[in-house]
Design a protein around this ligand. Structure first.
Ligand SMILES: Cc1ncc(COP(=O)(O)O)c(C=O)c1O
Length: 414
């Protein structure tokens, strides 16, 4: 049988696409180990946005002149690229928004307000980013529904065995979890959660903000009803992300934001809504940003999502191994074979902010804080952690530098 294996990615070569790595920080090469907060941008994305601004820019879906048609074609072309990227059945189901936070708020408001009430249960997990926690907590309170959290086990993985017990005889209406945790790198069994939710007559909402940049996300194979993604974490610009939702659900929902473009007809007495996806895209669209996101999709597709996932997995395994050698380090999260390219840890007795500051003096950028996951921090019994997160441009040498930096931290502050 012929095997057409894709070569593993060459991170060192890919770094040449990212102008940010041409500089030094405190006289040292930049070791950017904070891609989970936001990724760096390749020249291909920056150039695509520049070309759009220089040759095709105007507001989209407005004028009938040539430039307007060109801009609209570029914007809708980006939507089609995103559709293919997540294997959505139709581009009508792809809504361009500012980021995953806006996408999750859209679902919580536009679906939640009309579908939740007393006796219903909204289920999230202890592993959620605040963006997939606070909107549901708020909407449950506002509608009188019960808000519940699926617990984690000692590895920071969702306890699927506790699903029935957590919900009890409540009428579960929505289950909302991430696919990849931004704090621990845990990869969650989304297909199983979606199947369980559907068996109970609930919808399943997937926060794929940390998944879509790093592994192939197929919304149909996962069986989700809604999927939220941010562009800036996947080599795209800030200011654009998207929501994918099943057409019948999106069609049944009221709009989230109202104003220009999202209407069919406005009269003094009443207003009717436009078709999908326009009903959910009020106001001037982030056209250049969407074009940049389309270029990011091309870039990631060209590198190969499977190769990216494999590369980051190898880096996570290497990082966990090297961190264990340092001594006095507590790391959190599942074993390497069940996590994405994210490692969270604490250096015994040293505050994460101090750790991150010393590392910065070595040109190493990591995140220190609660990572917008305060319920998880409570569960772990800590106020904050250090987090190193990897991407397609991360090389093992940067992990070696992180480890050397941690020895320095211990020498200075230990
Ligand atoms: C898992 C997860 N969900 C949601 C978000 C929110 O993304 P944004 O700030 O782009 O809306 C983040 C950002 O860190 C995240 O990691």
């Amino acid at each position: 049988m012929a095997v057409t294996a894709r070569p593993a990615l060459d991170a060192q070569k890919l770094r040449a696409d990212f102008p940010i790595f041409e500089q030094k920080i405190h006289g040292k090469p930049l070791a950017y180990l904070d891609s989970a907060v936001s990724s760096q941008k390749p020249r291909q994305v920056l150039d695509a946005m520049n070309v759009f601004y220089e040759t095709s820019y105007t507001n989209v879906h407005r004028g009938v002149y040539t430039l307007s048609e060109r801009a609209t074609d570029a914007y809708e072309g980006a939507r089609e690229k995103v559709r293919a990227f997540v294997n959505a059945p139709s581009a009508r189901e792809v809504i361009f928004l500012r980021n995953a936070t806006e996408a999750l708020n859209l679902v919580a408001y536009a679906w939640g307000l009309n579908n939740l009430g007393p006796g219903d249960v909204v289920l999230v997990s202890e592993l959620e980013h605040h963006s997939n926690f606070v909107p549901w907590q708020y909407m449950a309170k506002r509608t009188g529904a019960d808000f519940r959290m699926l617990p984690l086990d000692e590895h920071g993985e969702l306890r699927l065995d506790a699903l029935d017990e957590t919900v009890g005889d409540g009428n579960v209406k929505v289950v909302a979890t991430n696919l990849v945790s931004n704090s621990l790198g845990t990869i969650s069994p989304v297909e199983k959660l979606a199947a369980w939710a559907h068996e109970r007559g609930a919808i399943y909402v997937c926060d794929a903000a940390q998944a879509a940049p790093h592994r192939a996300v197929d919304v149909q194979a996962l069986g989700c009803d809604f999927v939220a993604v941010s562009g800036h974490k996947m080599c795209g610009p800030s200011g654009v992300g998207f929501l994918w939702g099943r057409a019948e659900l999106l069609e049944s929902m009221e709009p989230f934001l109202m104003g220009g473009h999202m209407i069919r007809q406005v009269r003094f007495e009443t207003t009717t809504w436009g078709e999908l996806p326009h009903k959910f895209e009020a106001g001037t669209a982030p056209a250049a940003e969407a074009v940049g996101l389309g270029a990011a999709v091309d870039y990631l597709t060209d590198v190969g999502l499977d190769a990216i996932a494999e590369h980051e997995h190898a880096l996570a395994a290497y990082a966990l191994e090297r961190l264990a050698e340092v001594g006095g380090i507590t790391s959190y999260g599942p074993p390497a074979d069940r996590r994405a390219g994210i490692v969270s840890f604490n250096v015994d007795g040293i505050h994460p902010h101090d750790v991150a500051q010393v590392l910065d003096s070595e040109g190493i950028a990591i995140r220190a804080g609660h990572h917008c996951c305060q319920p998880l921090m409570t569960k772990l019994g800590v106020a904050a952690t250090n987090r190193a997160s990897f991407y397609l441009y991360t090389v093992p040498d940067e992990i070696d530098r992180l480890v050397e930096g941690l020895h320095k931290v211990k020498r200075i502050l230990g």
